[in-house]
Design a protein around this ligand. Structure first.
Ligand code: NDP
Length: 369
């Protein structure tokens, strides 16, 4: 009897069904909603895959439906999330593991391009890191779908559930909660709106889709990135006008650097240079920016992203170090990403990369690192 209760708190078929309902809602939106069709980056075989851009409309439709439902019936449905948290974690774990296993076996069927890093003699490693580069079912691209929709949008849905939870516990919603949730939603909607930008990231162009990415997208992102909202539901905090203004200033500075630097590079990669930024020609054929944000450091966009991560945690105050987990984790992620990109660019650009690094010596934060 005791054992049964223990297992039931960790697993329920109902929570699994709710999770699958969410996942397949995202699948239906991806298939049914209209969206611009764009070409992906050039593959090793010189071809390009087509992608339909409708992650933003999926997010807006989902949030509008949740808003309408909550307005009419109250936040009870959202409270299902914090009240069944552990069971939902198990459900996402089970589904992401199934998905990684499915694409692993699928990578042996038909003619599929494999990820260079996921085709070793060790089958377990290949399953973990991802064997297939762009697993698809017909035209449905499994990797880009999982990167942008069922995990990322769920993060915002979870945040809304934590807002409802705080309201259930104390009868109001604090300014700190409003800020942290608004910043998360801003980040996610911005990413969805600029969905095409993901097609040139290393996740899509280089990494296979294995358990690491599947669990990263479906488990890690939604269940950990909203931790500050989870924390504030349990430990409400009022910031007041000055506190809110300070946190907002940090967010705006971070966002400005993040967005303008990403736009500078994306515009440049699309063959446009409205600001007449300096660059140098590489033997590989493309040019590397050496002025503007990209003259200050090799990844100014990472710096902006990291500054924003502070604004998400500061609303929690300083009574506990736990909310700052995200700042530390994200700093490590960006540092690791920078070293991986450095290795990849050294291979791509050969001696030109050394020349570039002499022109732009700082890696992320100018004059610091
Ligand atoms: P970058 O946007 O920095 O892209 C690196 C690539 O850009 C290089 O491989 C190279 O590719 C090109 N590049 C590098 N230097 C130059 C230059 N000087 N001029 C022109 N092109 C250059 O990295 P990511 O793709 O990793 O990140 C994209 C965004 O996503 C970032 O803002 C990052 O912060 C964010 N991100 C967020 C995560 C999250 O969990 N929240 C996780 C990962 C990323 P090539 O030469 O082939 O074009």
């Amino acid at each position: 009897m005791h054992d049964r209760a223990w297992w039931e708190s960790l697993w329920s078929w109902e929570a699994f069904a709710v999770y699958l309902g969410w996942y397949f809602w995202c699948v239906v939106c991806a298939i049914a909603l209209p969206g611009k069709e764009v070409d992906g980056a050039e593959l090793r075989n010189g071809k390009r895959l087509k992608y339909t851009m409708n992650a933003f409309s999926t997010a807006i439709l989902t949030l509008a439906m949740i808003g309408a439902w909550t307005f009419k019936f109250g936040p009870g449905a959202l409270l299902y999330i914090p009240h069944h948290w552990a069971q939902l974690v198990s459900a996402a774990f089970a589904w992401s593991t199934f998905l990684a296993t499915f694409v692993f076996f699928q990578s042996y069927m038909g003619e599929q391009m494999l990820a260079l890093g996921g085709n070793t003699d060790n089958a377990f490693y290949n399953w973990f890191i991802g064997r297939g580069l762009n697993p698809r079912l017909g035209d449905f691209d499994i990797k880009s779908f999982n990167e942008m929709r069922p995990g990322l949008i769920l993060w915002v849905v979870f945040d809304l559930a934590f807002v409802a939870w705080q309201y259930e516990r104390i009868g109001r919603v604090t300014d700190s909660m409003v800020l942290t949730v608004a910043f998360h939603a801003w980040y996610v909607l911005d990413a969805e709106f600029n969905e095409a930008a993901i097609l040139t990231t290393m996740d899509i162009t280089t990494d296979g889709f294995g358990w690491m990415l599947s669990a990263g997208d479906l488990l890690w992102v939604p269940f950990t990135y909203g931790y500050t909202a989870f924390f504030l539901a349990l430990h409400p905090k009022d910031l007041g006008v000055t506190g809110c203004a300070g946190v907002l200033a940090v967010q705006l500075v971070g966002y400005y650097i993040f967005r303008t630097s990403n736009n500078e590079k994306n515009e440049f990669r699309l063959g446009r240079n409205p600001k007449n930024l300096k660059s140098f020609q590489t033997e590989r054929g493309t040019r590397l920016l050496t002025s503007g944000w990209w003259g200050l450091s090799q990844h100014p966009n990472y710096m902006g992203d990291w500054i924003m991560s502070w604004a998400w945690c500061l609303p929690c105050g300083f009574q506990s170090p736990l909310p700052y987990f995200y700042v530390i984790y994200f700093g490590i992620l960006l540092f690791h990403r920078q070293t991986r990109d450095d290795e990849a660019c050294a291979l791509k650009y050969k001696k030109d990369w050394e020349t570039y690094k002499k022109l732009v010596p700082y890696r992320i934060i100018p004059y610091v690192y």
